[in-house]
Each structure stands twice: as C-alpha cells, then as structure tokens.
Design a protein around this ligand. Structure first.
Ligand SMILES: [Zn+2]
Length: 178
C-alpha cells in the first residue's frame, strides 16, 4: 500500500560547504549511510532487500552531492529516518554541505522538487528546521525555536523565488550560476 505523503523535507548534511562526500570508491549516500549506521539507524530488512540493499541505514530518500548528482536512498514507500515525529508521511532529501551549495546542487534540488510536486501535489515543501516544535504555542516557528538550522537556508524564500539559487547560499556567488 502506498503511504500518503504530507511533507517533503529538505535537509543538509552539515559537512563542509562545497566538499563532495562521494569519491574514493564511495558515493555520498554510502558515506552518509555509514554515519547513520553509527547513530543506530537501521532500515527494515525487507525494505532494504527490495531497494538499495547497499544502504542498510541511510535515513533519507535522496542525497544530492556537490556535483549535483541525485542519488537514491530509501524508496518513496519506505518511511525515512530524518525528522522526529514526521517520518511516517514525509520524504527526506539531503544536500551535501551546511548552508551554501553549488549551482548544480540547486538545479538538481529544483528538478527533484518539481517532480515530487507533480507526484504529490498536496505535500508541503519544508526545511527540517521548519518542523521544529512550536515552543511558545503562537503557531509560528520563529528562529529562536529552531531546534536545528538544517538545511541552512529558508525553504520558503527559495520557493517564493521560483526555486532559483539563493545568492547568499550559492557557492561561487551569483555569477557562477550563469
Ligand atoms: Zn535535517
């Protein structure tokens, strides 16, 4: 049975900006899989056998390394392990970096989000930090309530700008994207 998708959540890897995780025989998803394995994440055995068995722990559905390659992690129908309390009905996408990304990463993210919007038209596109608890109960998640800064930029601002790279979060500056 297909699960319902209510949120598409954007993350960052909190590793060095512009430094690819893949290379040396391992992909970015494989490197992150090892991180998640050390944190005790473990995919259900049947799901892992059926889809990307080389990634037994990875919590995300996609990873985008600095070169802009979109790498698949968990299957869409498999709940992720990426945002406490919201995994059952969400999809997680992780950009490699902390708060600045390459033009290729921004392009790959926009392309994948557009695809997911067509597939799940009612899903909300949010950043991990937007799902922080509303501590003061005012209905808004204000910056002092961000449990984490992930993904390092405002997803709302990025969406409002038509999914163009946010200049302050673009490696190489605006000219590099031209
Ligand atoms: Zn995150």
């Amino acid at each position: 049975m297909l699960r319902s998708i209510e949120q598409i959540v954007i993350h960052c890897s909190a590793s060095l900006n512009g430094r690819s995780l893949g290379g040396g025989g391992q992909s970015a998803a494989e490197v992150m899989d090892a991180w998640h394995s050390r944190r005790g994440f473990m995919r259900r055995a049947a799901a892992c056998r059926a889809f990307n068995p080389r990634l037994p722990a990875l919590g995300y559905h996609w990873v985008i390394d600095c070169g802009g390659v979109l790498e698949s992690g968990r299957s869409i129908d498999e709940p992720g392990a990426h945002v406490a309390g919201h995994n059952a009905h969400s999809i997680g996408i992780c950009l490699v970096g902390t708060d600045a990304f390459t033009a290729s990463q921004w392009a790959a993210l926009a392309s994948q989000i557009r695809y997911l919007q067509r597939r799940f038209p009612t899903a909300h596109i949010v950043g991990h930090r937007d799902l922080s608890p509303d501590l003061n109960g005012d209905g808004n998640i204000s910056p002092n309530e961000y449990r984490k800064t992930c993904p390092g930029f405002s997803v709302a601002a990025w969406l409002a700008g038509g999914m163009q790279p946010l200049p302050r979060h673009l490696i190489g500056g605006v000219n590099a994207a031209l």
